[in-house]
Design a binder for this molecule. Structure first.
Ligand code: RIB
Ligand code: CA
Length: 313
């Protein structure tokens, strides 16, 4: 079976970096490109970090593009309090030799979807949805060509992590999320309801560190830094690995369960801006538009992730 073609849209971010490594370590996937968006840190840093991570993987034939530097309608909100000043605190990677592509990320997304066979490309957004929404607005013809959008974002039972009501990726650009959730493209949503169950406990952290390769060392360092926020806030047993759950879903969907439900995005209220209003209990007649995941086989997820990271340099 030929590898599944994906584009990773990302705001690295330590957990984004782990997701990118997982994808590049998995022969079932063909990463057509990595597109950076402003989010955890400004675009200049997310695009630099994306280059560093792709270079760390050794797959330097994978192109990296810079995309939108600010949300559609709001000023940029970043998350240095979680990810550190560089966005990749916890491991020092060298300045990358891998160049940034000239083409804008949005143009790459549009061009790729128009060039590849319809229904053959999956988009994996791991940050604010600005690039994806901009592509859909600029080229509505690409919507039916997208096989699936598998994104990390939102929450229902876990409510918010950046405000009491909203998860960060959706909060940063709710207008973009609204465009994506109304696009009609098949959506699979890895929300905080799932990612908060994917905690890097001490044994799991030790398994990364024991891999003995550069990838394992970097991941152990990133996670060791990144977990501070969640451990302090939630008292959790380690930090949640949000973004790699999207890639793990592509590799083994049986690791997850969820419901096909209606999810709408709050864009009008300053109080609940970016809230994902998920009709988990089917109390409205709004049409289902997303497969909203609720559970994860965490031991299976970490087994898959650790095995794949072992295959990297
Ligand atoms: O809320 C978690 C999400 O926001 C993750 O994608 C993390 O990288 C940040 O982008
Ligand atoms: Ca992210």
């Amino acid at each position: 079976m030929s590898p599944r073609k994906i584009i990773i849209d990302t705001d690295p971010g330590q957990d984004d970096a782990v997701a990118i490594l997982l994808a590049l370590a998995s022969p079932e996937l063909e990463v057509l490109g990595v597109t950076a968006v402003a989010g955890n840190v400004p675009l200049e840093l997310t695009s630099l970090n994306a280059r560093k991570v792709v270079e760390l993987s050794g797959k330097t034939d994978v192109p990296v593009f810079a995309g939108c530097e600010k949300p559609l309608a709001h000023r940029l909100t970043t998350a240095e309090h979680v990810h550190g000043k560089t966005g990749l605190d916890g491991a020092d990677l060298p300045e990358p030799q891998l160049a940034l592509q000239e083409r804008h990320a949005v143009d790459f997304i549009i061009d790729s979807l128009r060039a590849e066979a319809p229904g053959s490309v999956t988009l994996c957004p791991l940050g604010p949805l600005t690039n994806i929404a901009t592509a859909l607005r600029r080229a509505p013809d690409i919507a039916p060509k997208i096989a699936e959008i598998v994104l990390m974002g939102g929450a229902y039972f876990e409510v918010g992590n950046i405000t009491p009501a909203a998860e960060f990726n959706i909060y940063v650009d709710p207008e973009a999320a609204d465009i994506v959730f109304k696009s009609g493209v098949p959506l699979t949503v890895m929300s905080l309801d799932v990612t908060h169950k994917a905690l890097v406990t001490r044994p799991r952290h030790a398994a990364f560190a024991a891999l003995g390769n550069a990838a394992g060392q970097a991941v152990a360092g990133w996670v060791g830094f990144f977990e501070r926020f969640d451990v302090a806030k939630y008292g959790s047993d380690g930090g949640p690995l949000h973004d790699p759950t999207t890639i793990a879903y592509l590799l083994d969907p049986t690791l997850f369960t969820g419901r096909h439900i209606n999810v709408e995005i709050e864009t009008g209220s300053p109080l609940t801006r970016g809230m994902t209003v998920a009709d988990w209990w089917g109390v409205t007649d709004r049409a289902p538009n997303a497969t909203f995941m609720g559970t994860i086989d965490a031991p299976g997820f970490f087994k898959l992730l650790t095995e794949r990271l072992a295959a990297l340099p």
